[in-house]
Design a protein around this ligand. Structure first.
Ligand SMILES: *[C@@H]1O[C@H](CO)[C@@H](O)[C@H](O)[C@H]1NC(C)=O
Length: 226
């Protein structure tokens, strides 16, 4: 009887462990990783190589300068300062990063997604109108909120979201992201500002507009505030 209970609990633990292990896909940490038939031509990484831990020091885990307001004099009126594995090497493999967001009055962080991260944002100064849109399967529902100093909002991984400064003063927010390399896809920049441009036939059908509108949009300069 004792052995039977042991077997049952072992199976239960195994099942639970398997559930935990398969609850989430491993996130790719680069845009793509082209498969190679011959391993001698390739590298096995998902992200960056690791420094020998014995050679690591405190500066590998340190970043300075987020106290400074950034220049928001640009077409969208916002400036995002990311602290990710590219400028804080100690974040490699840790699945977390940070950003400072500065907004001019009426500045916008345009609709974008982070393909690899959920974002949690806190407002330090000002008032932001923020929102995200759910996926097609969920009916593309829009969730919005006006955030004041001290308010927190979360943008689920992969969903299109935005932040607009709705006050006549500057706004500042900080955001934590659940990847050391969250990635950013600004929707307008990717769709209308790709290099080379997407064939207009694709965009006229997709957006149900005529050539002139697509041509106009493709001729705009799509500023990257990151
Ligand atoms: C953000 O502001 C800094 C200076 O504060 C500037 O060097 C940088 O170019 C700005 N970035 C963008 C994307 O506008």
């Amino acid at each position: 009887m004792k052995g039977y209970h042991f077997l049952i609990s072992t199976l239960a633990i195994l099942a639970f462990a398997t559930f935990l292990a398969s609850a989430y896909d491993p996130s790719p940490l680069q845009d793509f990783c082209v498969a190679l038939k011959d391993i001698k031509d390739g590298v096995f990484v998902n992200g960056k190589f690791c420094k020998d831990p014995k050679l690591a020091n405190a500066n590998d885990f340190f970043f300075s300068g987020l106290q400074n307001p950034r220049n928001t004099q640009n077409p969208v009126g916002s400036n995002v300062t990311a602290v990710n594995v590219d400028n804080l090497a100690g974040l490699n493999t840790l699945g977390i990063s940070l950003a400072r967001l500065d907004f001019a009055p009426n500045g916008l962080n345009p609709p974008h997604t982070h393909p690899r991260a959920t974002e949690i944002l806190v407002v330090l100064e000002g008032t932001l109108y923020v929102g995200f849109v759910t996926s097609n399967g969920d009916g593309n529902r829009l969730f919005t909120k006006v955030l004041n100093k001290g308010d927190v909002f979360v943008f689920p991984i992969g969903l299109i979201h935005f932040q607009l400064n709705v006050a006549h003063v500057n706004a500042v927010a900080f955001a934590g992201l659940s990847s050391q390399n969250p990635g950013v896809i600004t929707i307008a920049n990717a769709v209308f500002g790709s290099k080379p441009p997407i064939n207009p036939d694709v965009l006229t059908k997709a957006f149900q507009v005529d050539n002139k509108v697509v041509d106009y949009l493709q001729k705009q300069f799509w500023y990257d505030n990151n």
